[in-house]
Design a protein around this ligand. Structure first.
Ligand SMILES: [Zn+2]
Length: 151
């Protein structure tokens, strides 16, 4: 059963809350297959996992690949609370992801609208459809609260 973008983004926000509780920058993601089933979840964890690629999106994409038994995630949608970075947009192209939905823009490192649009380059023969701004307010608020406690 395919649910609303907001429904899946709430699941991504749940992951972001978990990251925050673990002292990681609160970003969360889920991957949903063509039938609307969540097949991958991820939260930001570079500190705990000592992994520079430990972003929420990468973790969710990895789990989805394992679930499908395929590195190509055709028909799948990735929901993430924050605009993805260059590494994560690259991984989405490698995965042949069908659609990306994200919440808040990331003015410093966002590579979908803020600094560049890496997903709309003519040299990629794969195009990812994008929807932005879904539950951006709670996603941004969570980040603000997290950084406020760090200062
Ligand atoms: Zn990233």
């Amino acid at each position: 059963m395919i649910r609303s973008d907001e429904f899946y983004m709430h699941r991504a926000l749940d992951q972001a809350h978990l990251a925050s509780a673990e002292g990681e920058v609160p970003v969360g993601a889920v991957v949903v297959d063509a039938l609307g089933t969540i097949i991958g979840v991820g939260r930001n964890s570079p500190v705990a996992s000592c992994d520079p690629s430990g972003h929420a999106e990468i973790r969710a994409l990895r789990e989805a690949g394992q679930q499908l038994g395929n590195y190509r995630l055709e028909g799948c949608t990735l929901f993430v609370t924050l605009e993805p970075c260059m590494m994560c947009t690259g991984a989405m192209v490698h995965a042949r992801l069908t659609r990306l939905v994200y919440g808040a823009p990331e003015p410093r490192t966002g590579m979908v609208e803020s600094k560049a649009n890496l997903l709309a380059q003519p040299w990629f023969n794969h195009q990812v459809a994008v929807t932005s701004g879904v539950l951006a307010v709670p996603a941004k608020k969570l980040l603000k609260q997290f950084f406020a406690t760090k200062r």
